[in-house]
Design a protein around this ligand. Structure first.
Ligand code: ADP
Length: 594
């Protein structure tokens, strides 16, 4: 949204810069062209002005020379004599000599009436000007005693002539006129050497002398010299003409006045070269401008690219930063979540431990309950028997049959001994189960365990068969704890066979190399294949609530492993389960030492 106006502004700025550059280029071009033209024209003007001065001087010197010649000749005595002698005009005499020496075109004498008396051109056909009619203006002035002057304008085929006429005097009287005619052809020949076009204008603006012969006799207005470019007139007295005649080129026109005659000499200088040179200078300036503009454009483009790159980099960095931030916050969340989970697990574990402890306690109580039931049964039976034997013995003694009473007393003694034995076992069981490992007689363990389980076995009418070796087997362990294992295995087996029509449990003990192998097999339902891997797990039970805690096998497993043995469960092919306990055999002498 914000970018669009920005882009427009940037575009406008670029157009503005472009336009300014174009204007600057045009200005530089104009200044270069104008400056170089001005310098070249200044050089040209200096040369041309010097040349014009020289060429003007040529004209002036020529006219000056002959301006003096006619009065000088008129004053000479020989000339007056010529007039008086009345010699035929065909004899040029002194006039020819003077003309020859001075370089004048013609020198001739006329009487006061204007008739030619003598002429240097006598004998030259069509060479002479003739009488006073053709130089009337000069002749009349001479008759008035002045120096007569007259221009005889030229034509494209003939050069102009200039005539000076001086009065001839005898005493105070003017008796005739001496005229000197000068051809301006000499001046034109001198001017022809100049590369510039030079022409002299008389007071009426007619071309009198020129190095362009065709211009002779024409008015300056007829020459079509071209329009004066007034706004380019750079120097005083200089005009720039456009378009120019005669060549069609541009020209610079310079003027110089000839004071004595009131004429003006002008020169036309070709400025094509100067214009070409300024054109080249402009071209070079244009090239320089183009190169500079190109360089500037490259710089601007590079700068723009740099800025774009910078922007891209910044955007990427920003994106990265945002991603890192979002990842960090994700991680923080995950961390918090994990911490909470850890706390919950710890709490659950603590709860579990507490429950476990409670359950272990409950298991202990359950065992205690079972044991007290077994004990009360074990004690009640002999107690009842002792009572009846005692009563019978009393009655026999009263009747004086003391000898018979002895049998009863012997039975009483046997039962008391047995009860003492049970008490001894109980004492051993209640003794704190130590962690120390001693040699233990497996026969003794089996005897005590079966004794304790007797009531249960009887109640459930289970057929228990023992298959024991002749020699006792001594293993390393704790007696009470091993009894606990055997009791557990037997009581599980009794539980398992309780539903069988002929409940049967077999306990075997044998020696296998350095190991004692004790098995408890039953003909119960066996262990389901899918629960088999779990039966040693704590709290795993398939029994009803209250019937089993699922701790017996796990404790048994731990005890056997503590004594470096192993405990395994398998199913029998004929049905039922078998538990196999293996324990390392201890040195037999050790038990003897105990
Ligand atoms: P509890 O006897 O309290 O259930 P145990 O750890 O002693 O706990 O036994 C775990 C489970 O192992 C029993 O619930 C039972 O499913 C199975 N089990 C143990 N002994 C036998 C056996 N002889 N026959 C079949 N299943 C057995």
């Amino acid at each position: 949204m914000i970018r669009k106006p920005l882009r427009q502004t940037w575009r406008k700025l670029k157009i503005g810069i472009g336009a300014s550059l174009l204007l600057a280029t045009l200005l530089i071009l104009w200044l270069t062209g104008f400056g170089s033209l001005r310098i070249t024209l200044a050089e040209l003007e200096t040369g041309a002005r010097a040349n014009l001065a020289v060429q003007t001087a040529v004209l002036e010197r020529l006219l000056d020379k002959f301006r003096l010649l006619s009065p000088l000749l008129a004053r000479g005595p020989d000339i007056s004599d010529l007039l008086n002698e009345g010699r035929p005009p065909q004899d040029p005499g002194i006039t020819a000599i003077a003309a020859g020496m001075s370089g004048a075109e013609e020198i001739w004498l006329m009487d006061a009436a204007g008739n030619v008396v003598v002429s240097s051109q006598a004998g030259v056909p069509a060479g002479s000007i003739g009488g006073a009619d053709q130089i009337r203006q000069a002749f009349d002035l001479a008759l008035q005693g002045q120096l007569g002057r007259q221009l005889l304008p030229g034509t494209p085929v003939r050069a102009s002539n200039y005539v000076f006429a001086s009065p001839l005097r005898q005493g105070n009287e003017i008796t005739g006129v001496l005229a000197v005619r000068v051809s301006l052809d000499d001046v034109e020949q001198a001017w022809a050497l100049s590369k510039d076009t030079i022409f002299a204008l008389d007071t009426s603006g007619r071309v009198v002398v020129s190095n362009v012969p065709e211009w002779r006799g024409k008015l300056v207005s007829e020459l079509n010299l071209g329009r004066d470019i007034a706004d380019l007139s750079l120097f005083e007295g200089v005009e720039l003409l456009l378009p120019a005649a005669p060549t069609g080129d541009h020209h610079m026109q310079l003027k110089e006045d000839v004071a004595v005659l009131g004429w003006q000499v002008r020169s036309l200088v070709d400025i094509t070269d100067a214009r070409q040179r300024s054109g080249w200078a402009m071209l070079v300036a244009l090239l320089v401008c183009v190169i500079m503009a190109g360089g500037l454009a490259i710089l601007i483009a590079r700068r723009a690219e740099f800025v774009r790159q910078e922007r891209r980099t910044r955007a990427a960095a920003l994106r990265l930063e945002r991603r890192v931030q979002s990842r960090t916050s994700d991680l923080r969340k995950a961390n918090t979540h994990l911490e909470r989970e850890v706390r919950e697990r710890e709490q659950a574990e603590a709860n579990l431990r507490l429950t476990q402890a409670e359950l272990v306690q409950a298991a202990k109580l359950a065992t205690l309950g079972r044991m007290s039931a077994a004990l009360s049964h074990e004690y009640n039976q002999p107690l009842a028997a002792i009572r009846s034997d005692a009563e019978i013995a009393g009655m026999l003694i009263e009747r004086g049959r003391a000898g018979e009473a002895k049998t009863n007393l012997g039975r009483i003694e046997g039962m008391v001994t047995r009860m003492a034995e049970i008490a001894k076992t109980l004492k051993g069981f209640t003794r704190k189960s130590g962690t120390d490992i001693k040699p233990v007689s497996l026969r003794q363990v089996i005897d005590e365990a079966t004794l304790l389980l007797q009531p249960q076995i009887k109640q459930k009418k289970v057929d228990l068969s023992l298959d024991l070796p002749d020699a006792d087997i001594i293993v390393k362990g704790g007696r009470i704890r091993l009894e606990q294992v055997v009791i557990n295995l037997l009581s599980n087996a009794v539980d398992a066979v309780s539903g069988s029509p002929l409940p049967h449990v077999t306990l075997t003990l044998k020696r296998d190399n350095q190991e004692a192998v004790l098995t408890v097999s039953d003909n119960g339902p066996g262990i389901d294949a899918d629960v088999l891997p779990q039966i040693f797990d704590p709290f795993f039970t398939t029994k009803d609530v209250g019937a089993g805690l699922g701790l017996g096998l796990s404790i048994a497993y731990k005890i056997v492993h503590d004594f470096s043995g192993s405990l395994k469960a398998t199913n029998l092919d004929e049905g039922g389960a078998r538990f196999t306990m293996r324990l390392p055999i201890a040195d037999e002498t050790a038990l003897a030492a105990e």
